[in-house]
Ligand binder design. Structure first.
Ligand code: NAG
Ligand code: NAG
Ligand code: NAG
Ligand code: NAG
Ligand code: NAG
Ligand code: NAG
Ligand code: NAG
Ligand code: NAG
Ligand code: ZN
Length: 461
């Protein structure tokens, strides 16, 4: 009886753990009726949550999900990471590698004000897929949402203008969501706390306290507006960011002019990840850069570490320089800003947070981390649309969802071990009793002997 109960438990746990392997396309139709809002607060470093009070954000995730940090993509810059969030691709695969790029094929230069679709067309952002599935999308200043990627912008969008307030972005986005039920996906972008982080550096607690209070108030406003529009509780909301922020200093400058002549190279992007085109002897330029500074690494394109996923693209220049955390690369001059990002994506200071709330999400659930590229398959799942090929994994995020049965791994392992111990003990006890017990009457002795021959010997040995 006990054994069968325990076995039943073990089988159930096994099912719970493997259930997600089922067919994703047959999801409850109820999920299709909930729109999804993705919000990015630029430069919201994960550990700000441990250092500053966030009463509104706390309220948001206490009734939802909190993920301590995301491992974002290299380079940890705004444009590459915002495009990774909506494509699930590493920078080398979506083609937006930095805020300044050079394309050797078209011989064009990219800046963030560029609206030429060719920069973005290597990938398909989720809003385009949403529209291809027959729904509509809305975006408020999300990078790329005003560009005609694969011939279309978001259905509703603003041309980028940093002067438009958070209130206006939120107000208009909420109106689109409320007035047009065909809008399934909405994206909202806000420049803070990135802007303040660059200006004063994340170590300036006075300025950071002020701006993070504003950000938290904006989260409060967001919940309030969604409530007023009758959407709160019916809409799935994901709050996240693109990257963190590191403190820089005039004492941590790497001056290229002290290592080589400007006529030796041209620079496409400078700090903290420099993209360098050598103009004469490549190996000489590389060797000068390689020994330039102990806090800067130089890589020939072919030798860029695989783990950065920052190699396989035409727009990666022949030489890449990567500064250590908090160091700034300049040609010759003073520190451009007190805070910066773009550094190695394994650095905790570069990691953003994530919080989620809505009918699809568990309440009061906590996860330590996953990759920022995993958000894309999560969103496609929530929207019930097919995902484009991507570098994310739904398995890593699925436990955030109420629809997924998720056994706690520790509990599962504990139960399985417990079952094994009980089974072993019972078997031993059984054998012990059997070997001590009086022999049954003759007719059974033979049977028992056969039994022993067939099954028991291996167990006894
Ligand atoms: C999932 O189910 C749908 C509908 O039943 C079917 O068309 C599709 O082929 C299935 N996909 C997989 C991967 O099993
Ligand atoms: C993009 O739109 C233009 C006209 O606006 C059209 O000529 C072209 O065929 C479209 N391209 C694709 C791939 O849909
Ligand atoms: C937001 O909506 C209002 C009212 O329709 C409109 O006047 C305003 O221009 C919109 N804002 C932006 C940035 O488009
Ligand atoms: C760098 O700047 C300093 C001060 O502005 C100047 O004295 C020095 O000559 C410059 N070095 C180079 C290599 O341009
Ligand atoms: C830079 O150019 C000057 C003058 O042409 C030359 O003397 C010097 O050796 C060069 N420095 C390097 C590092 O190539
Ligand atoms: C692109 O940038 C490079 C390096 O900064 C510069 O030399 C080149 O003139 C620029 N090309 C165009 C078309 O602006
Ligand atoms: C390039 O520079 C290296 C030294 O760094 C030198 O050995 C080599 O001869 C140079 N090649 C050319 C073509 O100048
Ligand atoms: C990322 O995904 C793209 C699209 O499927 C694929 O081409 C690329 O090889 C993937 N990158 C890695 C490192 O797996
Ligand atoms: Zn940013």
């Amino acid at each position: 009886m006990l054994i069968s109960t325990l076995l039943w438990l073990a089988v159930c746990c096994g099912f719970a753990v493997s259930e997600h392997r089922g067919n994703d396309t047959v999801k409850e139709t109820t999920q299709m009726t909930h729109p999804l809002l993705l919000v990015s607060f630029d430069g919201f470093r994960a550990d700000y949550l441990k250092m500053y009070p966030f009463p509104h954000l706390q309220k948001f995730f206490s009734d939802g999900v909190l993920v301590d940090y995301l491992t974002n993509v290299f380079s940890t810059k705004t444009f590459p990471n915002h495009y990774s969030l909506v494509t699930g691709l590493y920078a080398e695969s979506h083609g937006i590698l930095a805020s300044r790029m050079y394309d050797p094929q078209t011989k064009k230069n990219f800046t963030t004000a560029d609206s030429d679709p060719s920069w973005w067309d290597e990938a398909t952002p989720i809003w385009v897929s949403v529209q291809n599935s027959g729904y509509k999308s809305a975006a408020a200043m999300w990078p790329g949402s005003d560009v005609k990627i694969h011939n279309s912008t978001a259905t509703y969008f603003f041309p980028y203008n940093p002067k438009v307030t958070f209130q206006e972005r939120l107000g208009n986005l909420t109106k689109w969501l409320k007035d047009d039920p065909a809008v399934r996906f909405a994206a909202l972008y806000w420049e803070e706390p990135d802007h303040t982080g660059h200006m004063y550096g994340p170590d300036n607690t006075l300025e950071m306290t002020k701006v993070l209070k504003e950000v938290d108030n904006n989260i409060g406003l967001l919940m309030e507006q969604l409530q007023q529009a009758g959407l709160w509780g019916n809409i799935n909301v994901v709050l996240t960011s693109d990257h963190g922020m590191a403190q820089c200093s005039q004492e941590r400058l790497i001056k290229l002019d002290s290592c080589l002549n400007r006529t030796d190279y041209s620079v496409v992007d400078l700090t903290p990840v420099a993209a360098i085109i050598p103009l004469n002897n490549v190996s000489r330029v590389y060797s000068l850069l390689n020994k330039c500074h102990t806090h800067m690494r130089a890589y020939m394109k072919a030798d860029i570490p695989q783990r950065l996923h920052y190699k396989d693209n035409e727009r990666i220049q022949p030489i890449i320089l990567v500064a250590d955390e908090g160091w700034t690369i300049v040609q010759n001059g003073s520190l451009p800003r007190l805070g910066d990002h773009g550094y190695d994506n394994t650095l905790p200071s570069m990691h953003p947070f994530l919080a989620a709330h809505g009918p699809a999400f568990r309440k009061g659930y906590h996860l330590s981390s996953f990759n920022s590229v995993d958000i894309y398959p999560l969103m496609c799942h929530l929207l019930g649309i097919p995902a484009m090929p991507n570098n994310g994994s739904f398995v890593k995020v699925r436990c955030m969802l109420v629809s997924e049965t998720c056994a706690d791994l520790a509990v599962t392992v504990g139960i399985v071990i417990g079952v094994l111990i009980v089974l072993t003990t019972l078997t031993c006890l059984f054998r012990l009793m059997k070997s001590r017990g009086p022999s049954p009457s003759r007719p059974f002795a033979r049977l028992e002997l056969q039994d022993d021959d067939d099954d028991d010997d291996p167990l006894l040995d």
